[in-house]
Ligand binder design. Structure first.
Ligand SMILES: [Zn+2]
Length: 206
């Protein structure tokens, strides 16, 4: 298995190809590659991303079958089943890089900000469970001057939510903590820009 830093470089290169409208031939699906993978997988990165239709991890990183272990949920939140999925992949396949991939104008973050401004009773408890995960990281921003600057507020809220999810994975699981300490597991936070297609890895531990 390649190291976390090598995996990160591979994702950066793939994203550069995506942004410049160039595609790697390796990402084309072939019968041969399918057959090869039927025997087993060795994904080089785990991505916890948002369900937004505009941010499919394999496409924005220009990767192919078997390359990425992807978990997608609205607002890239971390609840037990997300932690479990990351633990499973990291322990089973030896994957060393975990990326929390949020994006600009995230609908789940916008919905949380709306809810904080004006609480509604109509929201289903399932939807509320997502908003409640995002709420703590954006609530404090509303207490600052940012509340007068809607665009900046949304930008900061998206990043705060990504950081919170990354920190939850870093500190909310004994299995992952162990792998971070002894196996070179790295959890990073990144934001995809809907406008430019660029992924900014803004939260990478030294
Ligand atoms: Zn989103």
């Amino acid at each position: 298995m390649i190291s976390a830093r090598q995996a990160l470089e591979r994702l950066r290169e793939g994203n550069r190809r995506f942004v410049s409208d160039v595609r790697s031939r390796d990402t084309l699906v072939s019968q041969a590659r399918r057959n090869e993978l039927a025997a087993g997988q060795e994904p080089f990165a785990i991505i916890l991303g948002c369900s937004d239709s505009r941010v499919p991890a394999e496409i924005v990183f220009d990767q192919g079958l078997g390359d990425l272990f992807v978990i997608r949920v609205a607002g890239n939140i971390v609840a037990s089943s997300q932690v479990g999925s990351v633990e499973f992949a990291a322990a089973r396949f030896g994957t060393r890089l975990v990326v929390v991939l949020g994006h600009s104008q995230c609908g789940a973050v916008l919905a949380t900000l709306e809810e904080l401004r004006q609480a509604t009773e109509t929201q289903s408890r399932h939807l509320r469970s997502i908003v409640d995960r995002i709420r703590p990281s954006v609530e404090s921003l509303l207490a600052t001057e940012l509340r007068h600057h809607p665009d900046a507020l949304v930008r900061q809220a998206v990043r705060a939510n990504i950081r919170a999810s990354a920190n939850h994975l870093r500190h909310g699981s004994e299995v992952l903590e162990q792998l971070i300490q002894s196996n070179g597991l790295l959890v990073v936070g990144a934001e995809y820009s809907l406008e430019t297609g660029l992924v900014d890895f803004f939260d990478v531990p030294a």
